[in-house]
Design a protein around this ligand. Sequence first.
Ligand code: AHG
Ligand code: MN
Ligand code: MN
Ligand code: MN
Length: 336
Amino acid sequence: LPIRASSVVGTTLREHVLAGMHAAPGATGQFTSLLNHISLGIRIITTRVRAAGLAGLLGYTGDTNVQGEQVQKLDAFANDVLVNVLERSGHCGLLASEELDEARFATNSGKYVVLFDPLDGSTNIDTNVSIGTIFAILRRRHGEIVPAVEDALQPGRRIVAAGYALYGPSTIFVLSTGHGVDAFTLDPNVGEFFLSHPNIRCPERGNCFSTNDGNYARWAKGVRRWHDWIREENKEDARPYGHRYVGSLVADAHRTLLKGGIFAYPADTKSTKGKLRLLYEANPISFLFEQAGGAATNGEKPILDIHPHELHERTPLIIGSKADVFDYETFASERR
Ligand code: AHG
Ligand code: MN
Ligand code: MN
Ligand code: MN
C-alpha cells in the first residue's frame, strides 16, 4: 500500500500551539513564541541528558543551592539553558527557578512570568533513571508597568499554562494551556515534538500508590493509617494497591496521570512543611492534574488555592485520581 504523508506526519507542538492562538481572540503571538522557546530549551536539555556521561555532565558542581541541596552539573546546565531561552524570547518579564536564589528580571516589556524546576530528579541523574523539567507560565499582575517579585507569588489558580518534559526512554512534553492536557513525543531524528497523547484524562480511580516509604515513621498518624489501609487486602476494592516510586516527581506524576492512582509526598517530622516546592513543582503538576480531571491537594485544600508567601515555599503534595485523593484526605484529616 502506498504510504500517504498525512498518516506519517502528525501534528507538531508548534502547530498545536498556533491553532490554540488562532482560537484566542486578541492573541498577539507572544505566548506562542514563549512556548516555542521553552520547547527549544527542552530539546537542548534532551541532547545533553542523552549524552551526559560522555559530555562530562555527570556529578556535582561543588555548589549548594538555595534549597540546601548539592548542585549537579546537569541542574546548573538545564537552568542556564532555560534562563537563556526565556531571555531570548523577549516575552518573559520575570523568571524564578529552583536553582536561583532570587527571582530574575528578564525583559521589562515581557508580560509573562515563568517559574521552573530545570532538572527534576537530580538524585537519579548519575544512575541513568528518568528525570525531567517542570514549568508554569503566569501573566504579570495587572496594571504594573515593570515586573516585580510579587508577580511570581500568585496562586496556581492563575496559571495560564504549565507543562513538564520527561526524559525517559523517549522525551515526552506534557502541556496544558487551560483546555485539557496533551502530550507530545520528541522524534529525536527530526528534532520536533509530535502529538502522541491527545486529551489525556486521569482515571477516576487507580490501583497504584507512590510514596517514599522510608519516611513512614516520620509521618502524622492519619497519613500512616492511610498507608496501612491502602496496603490491606480487601476483596471489595482494588486493595492492596501496587506500589511504584521512582523518586523523580515528573516520572511518578506522569505514571499517575496516565494510569491513575495516587502520589503522595506529605509533610513529616524532618520536612515539616513538605519537601516539594510550591511554585516550581506542586503548582504546575497540580494544574495538569486538574486539567486532566484528577485532583491535587496539600491534604487540606487544593494546591492551586494556596497563596504563596515566598519563592521557595514548600508544600505537602498529593496528586492523582479524584477518588484516591479523596480517600487520602479523609484519613489525613482523621475523619476516618
Ligand atoms: P529536584 O531533583 O528537582 O530537587 O526534586 C527532587 C524531588 C522530586 O523529584 C521527588 O519527587 C522528590 O524530590 C523525591 O524525594 P525523596 O528522595 O525524599 O523521596
Ligand atoms: Mn533540587
Ligand atoms: Mn524537582
Ligand atoms: Mn530540580
